[in-house]
Design a protein around this ligand. Structure first.
Ligand code: BLA
Length: 507
């Protein structure tokens, strides 16, 4: 066991997984230049293509492949315009001898990376035709969980993986299994949380660009690329490669989980990693590249439907916040003010933000409704708020950490959304949330939790481990923060109006 002084997560993050110079055994890789001369080859070309890697390096590929195959590959490569684009050819007869291969090709700097896999079951079934009926079911579902459950069941049936999970990221990059389909003999992970460190940032960055990855057998030896660097002296960049060998740290993780084969597909929303479908199998399991491509397309369509669904929910929430603006303007015109109308105001705000109490000071008098701090506690909160930026919303689900000492330990209040509405004197409407004792059930005790000996190796056990989190409220959602911002601007507007009305009246 390696003990280290630094934060283990930094060490994980510094592993350059795209430059490890090896491919997995299920495929081989060639680096060719513009003239189709082989610059580098993975050592396993013989296993896949029947051609020794040493014999290939320096050769023009045209001398090895059938003219028809060359024509097909060249035609495809010519369509590449750069970026992270790649092209695929399925079932190509490379040597005109009846053996079929699937190929993936993409550009990397001045070179092209070509990868080949043996086609195991040519034309066995039309996987693409399975995508449309699955999508029809996804579209008919009316919650994120249900959509993901349909996707998990679909992948389970299509691939034979014995556990398929939909894993969703939280804002802190930890994640939770929100849907699962598993065979009878498998452990279940539904509802469990996994710490952010399980998928370090460089892996997450890669998974935004390259959407599907498979490890058919974690015990199969990987194969080095020879020579390790390209003619420009750079190590071969495998970021976009399909057959890239996997970080040994992650292999250990899967072994600890009792997983022999793994596949995961990124679920994207607006260019960000929203989550992933994660598939496990206790025995080796290879999924043909053509099937993987159909799965990748399916998950892209799923991502699109999830995005539409969540965008719609957010739009509806935003519309409610706008409607609240209009109602508040009317109420204030009808004579509502912050102090006499606090209860009415509180009911209005509750249509867009959930909270348990509201408080503010007006003309040096403390007003509150529902679960709210004592006047003295509120003064301490105000003091701390006055040291924070005045022009924007301040939210926290742990007042204790944001404003140490502001609340008495047994106040029962843990969350706050402060809407600063006046600078001189400082004034804010503050919403409060009660403390909820959260039981976060992690899949195994995350490294670093009560653990003085930080380890960089993946944890040994994935048995559910319950952490009780205290002094914390429910999180303020992104939609609630946006609604809070609309509300802050509305209140600001109303205050200015009241001020100008009263100065006019006083003239
Ligand atoms: C990669 N970690 C991954 C991947 C997943 C997970 C899905 C992508 C590779 C794959 O498809 O198998 C994690 N798998 C999960 C999670 C679930 C799951 C959360 O099924 C939940 C359902 N891992 C550690 C530690 C480190 C680490 C401590 O536990 C770092 C020291 C690293 N994980 C790590 C690395 C990769 C990874 C480096 C990238 C592997 C690669 O693509 O080379």
């Amino acid at each position: 066991m390696l003990r280290i002084e630094n934060d283990p997560l930094d060490i994980c993050a510094s592993e350059q997984i795209q430059f490890m110079g090896r491919v997995q055994s299920y495929g081989c890789l060639l680096v060719i230049n513009n003239s189709w001369i082989v610059q580098n080859a993975s050592e396993n070309t013989y296993d896949i293509l029947g051609l020794k890697a040493e014999g290939l390096i320096g050769m023009r590929l045209i001398e090895q492949l059938s003219p028809e195959a060359m024509h097909t590959l060249r035609g495809k490569v010519q369509t590449l315009s750069g970026g992270d684009e790649s092209v695929r050819v399925f079932g190509v007869d490379l040597f005109n001898d009846g053996r079929r291969f699937d190929a993936a090709m993409h550009r990397s700097g001045l070179n092209y990376l070509l990868e080949f896999e043996r086609k195991s079951n040519p034309a066995q079934r039309d996987d693409l035709s399975l995508v449309e009926p699955l999508m029809a079911k996804v579209r008919a579902a009316d919650s994120v969980e249900e959509m993901c459950k349909i996707a998990a069941r679909g992948l389970w049936a299509l691939t034979g993986f014995s556990r398929v999970m939909a894993y969703r990221f939280e804002a802190d990059h930890s994640g939770r299994v929100i849907a699962e389909m598993a065979s009878a003999n498998m452990d279940r992970y539904l509802g469990l949380a996994f710490p952010a460190g399980d998928i370090p940032p460089q892996a997450r960055a890669l998974y935004k660009r390259n959407l599907l990855r498979i490890i058919p057998d974690i015990t199969a030896p990987s194969s080095p690329i020879r020579p390790a660097c390209d003619p420009q002296g750079q190590p071969v960049d495998l970021s976009m490669a399909v057959t890239r060998a996997v970080s040994p740290i992650h292999i250990e993780y899967l072994a600890n989980m009792g997983v022999r084969a793994s596949m995961s597909v990124s679920i994207m929303r607006n260019g960000e990693l929203w989550g992933m479908m994660a598939c496990h199998h206790p025995q080796p399991l290879y999924i043909d590249y053509e099937t993987r491509s159909a799965i990748e397309l399916f998950i892209q369509l799923l991502s699109y439907e999830l995005t539409i669904h969540e965008d719609r929910l957010e739009r509806e929430h935003a519309e409610k916040a706008n409607a609240l603006h209009d109602r508040l303007v009317m109420l204030f015109e009808a004579g509502l003010d912050f102090t006499t109308g606090l209860n009415a105001l509180s009911q209005e705000i509750a249509t867009v933000v959930e909270f348990d109490g509201i408080a503010l000071r007006n003309n040096d008098r403390y007003h509150h409704d529902g679960l709210a701090p004592s006047e003295e506690e509120f003064r301490r909160i105000e003091t701390q708020l006055s040291a924070m930026p005045a022009g924007r919303l301040i939210t926290s689900s742990r007042i204790d950490s944001l404003m140490p000492g502001a609340l008495d330990p047994d106040s029962g209040i843990a969350g706050l959304m402060a809407l600063p509405i006046r600078r001189h004197p400082r004034q804010a409407v503050v919403l409060f949330r009660r403390e909820v004792t959260q039981n976060v059930v992690w899949a195994g005790k995350p490294a670093g939790k009560d653990d003085p000996e930080k380890r960089i190796s993946p944890r040994q056990s994935f048995q559910a481990w319950q952490e009780t989190v205290r002094r914390t409220s429910a999180e303020w959602s992104a939609g609630e923060k946006r609604a809070g911002e609309v509300l802050r601007v509305t209140l600001l507007e109303l205050i200015l109006k009241i001020a100008s009305d009263s100065s006019r009246a006083g003239r």
